[in-house]
Write a protein that binds this ligand. Structure first.
Ligand code: SF4
Length: 196
């Protein structure tokens, strides 16, 4: 069951969601579980609603030196994903935020609205050497809240302006970005690096 081995949340509280439970993250020192102790004092708990919190990160490009991964830098505009696929490999990363990989992962989302500005600054830094940036390696950059926040669009526009190589995986929202992405890809292929 997605969300760990915690007890299932009532069906009407998780309607439209993928996970059935909201078990505490693995790093939490205690686990909280609602149960009726027989005194009928358990109020009806609200349904899981999507909330979005600003992630005030100061840098946007994440580096890795893993020999098993074909890219050495990546960007993730969002944390958590409202698509809520039960099999999502990114679910455990919500535990790093003190949240559950279950229902929290798909309802308590984080956005990095400053990503395009941070990206331009990092690409313009002295000594920066362009290599393909992989976007959305953890969670879907085209997830539903992209419609409102348009962070992925801003990132692609920045990369296109700089002629920087980019890679991304297909998404349910692929079609909304294909025009910008294809432009960025052409720039990566045919243009000179131009972000300084
Ligand atoms: S990041 Fe991808 S696999 Fe994970 S929940 Fe979102 S759409 Fe599904």
């Amino acid at each position: 069951m997605a969300g760990g081995s915690g007890p299932a949340v009532e069906a009407d509280r998780r309607k439209g969601r993928g996970a059935h439970s909201n078990a505490s993250g693995r790093y939490e020192p205690i686990a909280r579980v609602a149960f009726d102790d027989g005194w009928q004092s358990l109020d009806d708990l609200p349904a899981f609603k999507t909330s979005v919190t600003v992630d005030a990160t100061r840098t946007i490009i994440t580096r890795n030196d893993s020999p098993d991964i074909s890219f050495d830098r990546s960007i993730n505009p969002y944390r958590g994903c409202e698509h809520g696929c039960v099999y999502c490999f990114a679910r455990p990363t919500h535990a790093f935020l003190g949240l559950s990989p279950g229902l929290d992962f798909e309802s308590r989302l984080f956005v990095k609205p400053e990503a395009p500005r941070l990206l331009e600054r990092e690409l313009s830094a002295a000594g920066y050497q362009p290599r393909t940036i992989a976007i959305g390696t953890n969670t879907d950059p085209y997830q539903p809240i992209e419609r409102e926040y348009r962070v992925m669009r801003g990132i692609l526009e920045t990369l296109e302006r700089c002629g920087h190589p980019v890679a991304s995986s297909p998404s349910r929202r692929w079609s909304c970005a294909i025009s910008i992405f294809s432009s960025a890809w052409r720039s990566a292929t045919w243009s000179r690096w131009r972000c300084r």
